[in-house]
Ligand binder design. Sequence first.
Ligand code: IFM
Length: 452
Amino acid sequence: MNFSKEDFGKKFHWGVATSAYQTEGAHNKDGKRDSIWDVFTNTKGNIHENHHGNHASDFYNRYRLDLAIMKAMHIKNFRMSLAWSRIIPHGDGKINKKGIEFYDRLIDHALALGIQPWVTLYHWDLPNELEKRGGWTNRETLYRFENYTEVCAKAFGDRIEHWMVLNEPMVFTGAGYFLGEHAPGRKGLKNFLPAMHHAALAQAAGGRILRDICSKSDIGTTFSCSLIEPHRPIEKDIEAAKRVDALLNRLFIEPALGLGYPVKEVKILSRVEEYMFPNDEALLPFKFDFIGVQNYTREIVEYSFLTPYLHAKILPANTRGVPTTVMNWEVHDDCLYQMLKKFSAYSKVKKIIVTENGAAFHDVKTAAGYVHDIQRINYLKTHISKVLQAKNEGVKVTGYFIWTFTDNFEWAEGFKPKFGLVHIDFETQERTVKDSGYWYRDFLKKKKKGKK
Ligand code: IFM
């Protein structure tokens, strides 16, 4: 490895990223009510082998242990999310004191250990009571989200230096309200378009509320993205790739930057007007202090007459003869670099943090108690080196967070994909630091040869 942490400068933020539903467990403890994921996972057939996050990696009860491991690994930044249904169990109305107290304890403990919590307000776990009233398809959810943001900002804002409003809105609206593969399992344009619009409004509204209440904090939001390339260098595939790029990579950042929805490329999006109030265009932008870029892979696209709306088809990685992860995502060395270049080309983007990057592989714990996850180490080294390349070329990237700290619940794929630096035995909840975890620890600790 021909680079070290020092090459990124002293102010670069190194961390790990997690989310509430994927780790906390304690799904009905201390006043928490159901989120859409509690309900979705309890319906047979929705999730790989009917797994659910009722217990997950039991972070709710074991956060002290996990933070101690984090500290031993020299990890100083911890991206986590708040479970709305723990704080305001019905999504609306009464605040659950015990929910606030849990996050108070967690935040205070992290800070006492010298670990900065980076807080995401919404990582997909909408209180189910709101879903019963239409969820993100109902504009009312936007107003409830504003209230929830205010409650969190007032409760934790004195200690949180970095906030993120939404996690990957394209994924939770696309997979949750168009494809029906994620909670709440709704399908079709009539669900997707209003959900998308209300989430885009929530993204900016959340930013404004946080800025008002937490004027000293850095306010960001995160975007999923993939490098999109055409299958063949022919007009039809090139145009198809542009449409997929607009949908997957531009749909939420462009309204935030005041550029509107990418309707020129994806014409069907213009139907969003049905759900827009007269002043909405002015409410979509917000000047975020940073954007979170979350990239894992590249997608190859070809023209397809059969695909409704987009006329574009993504070719699954396992049909292309490329190396893949357990998610069937291509391992592509350059994709994160390309994404950093792409997002930094927006002149209004002030700073970029890689708020997620990582990979799921078939980890095996040996009889001697080790996890030799060499593929993950290689993946991380390559991607981190590409972050450095982008930085050296002038991209204002100021942080990098590995997805994820411990193995956890991977949504529709259940516990099958393992993304963690720390292995979890979900029967016993035993933690074992993988070789990648030791590698990250040493990377964070090491000084470059010859430097003091
Ligand atoms: O586990 C997810 C996370 O919740 C959001 N970003 C992608 C990760 C890996 O799929």
